[in-house]
Ligand binder design. Structure first.
Ligand code: ADP
Ligand code: MG
Length: 155
């Protein structure tokens, strides 16, 4: 995919709580504007990369790009699961991400348990792939470093 790595940011909006209560895996949603900007050569599926909330630390993430059944599959959504435990929700904060690589296409599962198992294996896959030197570099990209912090650090 020519467009990867793909950097973007936007405020975290409410999703539809779709499944996340049953699944125990929270996913932060981007506003439509951000989703509509996605380049056409990034197909739906499961991706991995880096994510940062506000001016916080950069964490590993997995994300799904898919069609939202709530809108009769006419609307794409981007949902980011950050591989980190947060003390509080962060609705309304700015989420910055870089999509680094692709894991698998979207698929439907026969049971919730199979879906949960697949998500856990996606999280493991993302965690280990992001350890590569090339991927680690992106974690330190200046995209995640606000200008004021760079100046304060004397760079
Ligand atoms: P929604 O349907 O509103 O997306 P979720 O149950 O999927 O609801 O929860 C997503 C929200 O949970 C995010 O918007 C964020 O505020 C919060 N959250 C807490 N921890 C995480 C995490 N590790 N990854 C993603 N979102 C998280
Ligand atoms: Mg969600």
């Amino acid at each position: 995919m020519k467009s990867l790595p793909y950097f973007c940011r936007g405020e975290v909006v409410k999703g539809f709580g779709r499944g996340s209560k049953e699944l125990g895996i929270r996913t932060a949603n981007f506003p439509d504007r951000v989703v509509e900007h996605l380049p056409a050569d990034i197909p739906t599926g499961i991706y991995y990369g880096w994510a940062c909330v506000g001016h916080g630390e950069v964490h590993k993430m997995v994300m799904s790009i898919g069609w939202n059944p709530f809108y009769k599959n006419e609307k794409k959504s981007m949902e980011t699961h950050i591989i980190h435990t947060f003390k509080e929700d962060f609705y309304g904060e700015v989420l910055s991400i870089v999509i680094v690589g692709y894991i698998r296409p979207e698929k439907s599962f026969n049971s919730i348990d199979e879906l949960i198992a697949a998500i856990h294996s996606d999280i493991e896959e993302a965690t280990s792939r992001l350890e590569s030197d090339d991927h680690r570099k992106l974690k330190d990209d200046s995209f995640f470093t606000p200008l004021d912090r760079t100046i304060m650090n004397g760079h």
